[in-house]
Ligand binder design. Structure first.
Ligand code: ADP
Ligand code: ZN
Ligand code: ZN
Length: 663
C-alpha cells in the first residue's frame, strides 16, 4: 500500500509514503489527516490522503513512513474531496493548499477534531412565524421548494426590502423539515449583525456562524457542528463554503453580486461559482439573491442556465425611493456639499428624519499638494499619493499602510503652504459639524470603527434615532436597515465614472442602487440625490430613468461588442519583484512558453505594468489571457502553469482565473 498525500505547500504534486507500522489501514478513508515526516529536516507535517496505490515511481526502500493517522474517519466526504479537486484544477492552485484552506486553522495544524467551545442545545422544533407571503414571494418559494433534491440555480432578483430574506427563510424552513442542513453565505456578517439575529429569532434549531471576526476556536466549533450534523444552518462568509456537511439540502448566497465573494489573494476562488459546482455535485438547489444581480448571473439567466425569480416591489407598505441627479456644475460648493443639498438636508432634519451621506473615500483628503511648488506627498514604496488623516495627524498610504509625518511646510521648497486636495469622510465630517452644530453626526468608515464593538454600538445609536446625519463609506451600502433615513445623498458619484477597469461601471451602478436601498424602508418615502458634474452621462440617466435592469442590459451589450466577460473568459497572471526588469522579463518568458500552446481562440495581452505599477516596494506587471472558449483558456493554463515553477526567476507570481479586479 502506497499513500499519495498532499501537503500545505505551494507545490503542484503529491508525495508517496508507506503506511505506519503496526497499524491496520484497511479502512482508512481518503481525505484523512496524517502526520508525516517532510523535507530535509523530517519535520512533522500534516498531510491529507488523496489516493492509495500499489506502486510508486520511487524505490520502495526510499519512501518514508507515515508517522500517525490523525483521523480514524475522514472529516471530508468523497463529495468534499471532489469539490476541492475541482477547485484546485480550475483555479490552478496546489491541491495541498486548497484542502488546507477547507479546514479551520486548528485542524489544519493537526489538532484533534473536538469542539472546544460551548454550543447551544439542539432543538429541532421549528418556530415557524412566517409572514404571509405576497404572490411573487410565494411563486419564488414554490419554485425552489419544488426543486429540492435536484440541482438548479435560481436567481432571486428584488430591490432592497422586497422580501428576499423572507423568501430564504421560508424555503429554509421546508429544507429543515426534510431533515436537511442549509448553508447561507453572505458578504460580511460582522457588518450585518441584524441578519444573524433574524435567523436566530426565526428558527429554534441550532445555527452556527462563521466569519473572520470570530476566534479560531469558534470557527472550528461551527465547522465541526456542520460536519457532525449538530447544526442545522451554517451562516458564514466566503470561506465557509468549504465546510463539510452531513446532509446539505440547499445553498443560499445573498448579495451574489458582491465582490467579496471573490477571494483576492492566495486561492483566488469565487465562492459563488464554486457554490454552484458544489450544488451540482450534491444535486441540490443553489439560490442566489440580489437587488443588483451581477452581469454574469443575468447573462446566465438569458442562457437559461439559471432560473430568474423576480420580486417586483417592496414588501409590506414601504415605497421605493426617488432617485434624482443634482447638477453641481458652476455651483458654489462647501467642502463637497452644494447649497441645494444643504437645503434638502435641513428640510429632512426639520421633519426629525435622518440623513445618510455617502462618500467612498476615508481620511481627510486623498492628496496633499504644495501651493508653492506643486510637490505632492507620495508613498516611498508605492506608486500612490498619501492620504491625509487629520484626526491622527499623519499621512498614510492606503496600499502598504506606511505612515508619514504630517508637516506644516513643504519638504521640497521649504516655504510653500501644503494644501489638501479632494474630499474624504473626515473632511466632510468637519464641515458638517460646523454647518449643523446642534445635530448629532456620526462618521462610519473603517477608521472610525476599527475598535471591536464600535460598529455595533454605532448601528444601535442610529436605530435608536440618536443620530441625525450618518456619513460613511461603502460599509453603509451593505444590508443595513435604517428605517428613519429618508434622504440619501451620494456626494461624489463622478469619481466612479472614469475607471480603466471595465468592471467599474457595473460596480458603480450596483453601489448606487444598494446605497439607495437604505432610504425610506419604513412607511416614509425616501429621496436619493446624486451630486454630479456629468448629468448627461448615460450610466446615470439610464439608471434613473429605467432602473438597474436597463443599465445591465446596455452594459451587457457593450461587453458583448467588446468581447469582454461574460462573453469571453479571462485569467490574469501577475508578477511582482523588487527589480522592475525582472517582473517584466518573467512574464515575457511566460509569453514565450505559451506560444506553442496557443490556438486561435486564446489571446495574450501584455506583459504590461499593472494599473498600480508599484506597491510595497514591488514592481508589478501583468499578462491577461483571454478566450471566448472557457475550455481553450483552461487547456492553455493546464499546460502553462506547471511549467512556471521551472522558470528560474526571483519573482512572486499569482494567477487569477475569472478576475473581477484588474488592479
Ligand atoms: P430584503 O431581504 O429583500 O431586503 P426583507 O425580507 O428583509 O427584504 O423584507 C423587508 C421588510 O419587509 C422586512 O421588515 C420584512 O419583515 C418585511 N416583509 C417581507 N415580506 C413580507 C410580507 N410578505 N408581508 C409583510 N411584510 C413583509
Ligand atoms: Zn513646495
Ligand atoms: Zn505605500
Amino acid at each position: 500500500m502506497i499513500f499519495n498525500v498532499v501537503i500545505d505547500t505551494p507545490l503542484y504534486q503529491t508525495f508517496d509514503y508507506l503506511p505506519p507500522v503496526d497499524v491496520l489501514c484497511d479502512n482508512i478513508q481518503l481525505g484523512s489527516r496524517l502526520l508525516v515526516p517532510f523535507g530535509i529536516g523530517n519535520h512533522k507535517k500534516v498531510a491529507f490522503l488523496v489516493s492509495i496505490t500499489d506502486h510508486s515511481d520511487f524505490a520502495i526502500n526510499k519512501l518514508k513512513r507515515v508517522d500517525k493517522i490523525i483521523d480514524a474517519q475522514s472529516l471530508l466526504s468523497a463529495h468534499d474531496l471532489t469539490l476541492l479537486r475541482w477547485v484546485s484544477r480550475y483555479y490552478h492552485h496546489p491541491l495541498g493548499e486548497v484542502i488546507s484552506i477547507a479546514f479551520p486553522s486548528g485542524l489544519r495544524k493537526g489538532k484533534a477534531a473536538v469542539i472546544n467551545t460551548k454550543t447551544h442545545d439542539v432543538d429541532t422544533e421549528l418556530k415557524n412565524i412566517a409572514l404571509s407571503s405576497n404572490t411573487a414571494q410565494q411563486t419564488a418559494i414554490d419554485t425552489v421548494c419544488a426543486n429540492l433534491g435536484k440541482f438548479g440555480v435560481f436567481l432571486l432578483e428584488g430591490v432592497t426590502g422586497s422580501g428576499k430574506t423572507e423568501v430564504y427563510l421560508q424555503i429554509i424552513h421546508t429544507v429543515l423539515q426534510r431533515g436537511q442542513q442549509v448553508l447561507v453565505l453572505v458578504p460580511e456578517i460582522s457588518l450585518t449583525p441584524q441578519l444573524e439575529a433574524r435567523f436566530k429569532h426565526r428558527f429554534a434549531v441550532n445555527i452556527a456562524v462563521s466569519h473572520s471576526k470570530l476566534t479560531d476556536n469558534q470557527r472550528q466549533a461551527a465547522w465541526l457542528q456542520a460536519q457532525q450534523g449538530t447544526c442545522a444552518i451554517l451562516l458564514g462568509t466566503r470561506s465557509a463554503l468549504f465546510t463539510p456537511f452531513v446532509n446539505l439540502g440547499l445553498i443560499v448566497l445573498d448579495e451574489e453580486h458582491d465582490a467579496s465573494f471573490k477571494q483576492q489573494e492566495g486561492l483566488r476562488f469565487s465562492a459563488r461559482d464554486t457554490a454552484i459546482v458544489r450544488g451540482k455535485l450534491l444535486n441540490i438547489p443553489v439560490l442566489l439573491g440580489s437587488a443588483t444581480p451581477s452581469l454574469e448571473s443575468l447573462h446566465n439567466v438569458t442562457k437559461q442556465r439559471y432560473q430568474l425569480l423576480h420580486l417586483p416591489e417592496r414588501a409590506g407598505s414601504s415605497v421605493e425611493p426617488v432617485l434624482q441627479l443634482l447638477d453641481i456644475r458652476n455651483k458654489k460648493m462647501r467642502e463637497g456639499l452644494s447649497e441645494a443639498l444643504l437645503v434638502e438636508i435641513r428640510k429632512t432634519l426639520a421633519k426629525n428624519e435622518q440623513v445618510l451621506l455617502f462618500l467612498n473615500r476615508r481620511g481627510f483628503a486623498p492628496t496633499l499638494i504644495c501651493h508653492g511648488c506643486g510637490w505632492v506627498a507620495r508613498c516611498q514604496h508605492c506608486e500612490a499619493n498619501l492620504v491625509i488623516h487629520v484626526d491622527e495627524a499623519l499621512l498614510r498610504c492606503h496600499h502598504c499602510s506606511t505612515e508619514y509625518r504630517l508637516s506644516e511646510h513643504c519638504p521640497d521648497c521649504k516655504t510653500g503652504e501644503l494644501t489638501p486636495l479632494g474630499l474624504g469622510t473626515e473632511r466632510v465630517e468637519k464641515v458638517l459639524t460646523k454647518v449643523f452644530p446642534d445635530k448629532t453626526i456620526l462618521r462610519l468608515d473603517r477608521d472610525s470603527t476599527r475598535r471591536k464593538g464600535v460598529l455595533e454600538d454605532y448601528l444601535d445609536q442610529i436605530n435608536q434615532g440618536k443620530v441625525d446625519i450618518i456619513l460613511g463609506t461603502q460599509m453603509l451600502a451593505k444590508g443595513h436597515h435604517f428605517p428613519n433615513v429618508t434622504l440619501v445623498a451620494i456626494l461624489n458619484v463622478d469619481s466612479g465614472l472614469f475607471s480603466i477597469d471595465f468592471h467599474a461601471a457595473e460596480k458603480l451602478a450596483q453601489m448606487i442602487v444598494q446605497v439607495s436601498g437604505r432610504a425610506g424602508r419604513a412607511e416614509k418615502t425616501g429621496t436619493v440625490i446624486m451630486q454630479t458634474r456629468q448629468p448627461e452621462h448615460s450610466l446615470l440617466t439610464t439608471l434613473i430613468k429605467h432602473g438597474y435592469k436597463s443599465f445591465a442590459n446596455s452594459a451587457l451589450a457593450e461587453r458583448q461588442a467588446a468581447q469582454l466577460p461574460p462573453f469571453s473568459y479571462q485569467a490574469l497572471l501577475s508578477a511582482q519583484a523588487r527589480d522592475e526588469q525582472l517582473a517584466q522579463s518573467f512574464l515575457q518568458a511566460v509569453t514565450d512558453l505559451a506560444a506553442p500552446y496557443l490556438n486561435n481562440t486564446v489571446h495574450l495581452l501584455g506583459p504590461v505594468p499593472a494599473p498600480m505599477a508599484k506597491r510595497a516596494s514591488f514592481y508589478r506587471y501583468q499578462l491577461l489571457m483571454q478566450s471566448p472558449q472557457r475550455a481553450d483558456l483552461q487547456a492553455l493554463l493546464d499546460k502553462l502553469i506547471p511549467e512556471l515553477a521551472k522558470l528560474k526567476f526571483k519573482v512572486r507570481w499569482s494567477l487569477d482565473v475569472d478576475p473581477v479586479d484588474l488592479q
